[in-house]
Design a protein. Structure first.
Length: 163
């Protein structure tokens, strides 16, 4: 089916061209044009909604006919769709070094996924500031208190917890 191109098609593609042509028209004519286009738009939307509703109804009828041919009820579809999905099995490495690495990291990656709290790391640095004790494991970005302390010319060793 060949679709006819509209005289308005160039205006849809170019906002600049639309503005230039609109400036040539008086304000009253622009308002009439906008009102006319709004009515046309609402009419086309309602036609499209009716067409989609008809297509949906036809599809439902086809599905019900297929169900009836096979002796099924709509509730049978719900029963089969509630089966739990199988989880994919994890790949087991065959290389001895890879096996050792996998054994060393076993459980660490999945701790958060499984809803468990990951193991806590003991603090490595202690800093007392403003009457409060601040602790940091030394992993990740330093907290603001430690960053300010280090930026002030102090070293990490000065607040390191001795073992």
């Amino acid at each position: 089916m060949k679709v006819k191109t509209s005289a308005l098609a160039p205006f849809v593609k170019s906002t600049t061209m639309t503005r230039a042509e609109a400036r040539k028209l008086p304000v009253d004519d622009l308002e009439k044009l906008i009102a006319s286009l709004s009515r046309t738009l609402s009419s086309e939307k309602s036609k499209l909604e009716m067409k989609q509703a008809q297509e949906r109804t036809a599809t439902i009828r086809k599905v019900n006919a297929l169900l009836a041919e096979n002796g099924l009820q709509p509730k049978d579809l719900k029963k089969s769709s509630t089966k739990p999905k199988r989880k994919a099995k994890a790949k087991v490495p065959t290389n001895p070094k890879a096996k050792a690495a996998a054994a060393a990291t076993k459980g660490k990656r999945t701790a958060v996924k499984n809803g468990r709290k990951p193991s806590s790391v003991p603090p490595r640095y202690r800093l007392e500031f403003g009457g409060e004790e601040h602790l940091w494991s030394g992993r990740g970005r330093p907290p603001k208190v430690f960053k300010a302390y280090f930026d002030g010319g102090n070293s990490r060793e000065s607040c390191e917890i001795s073992a």
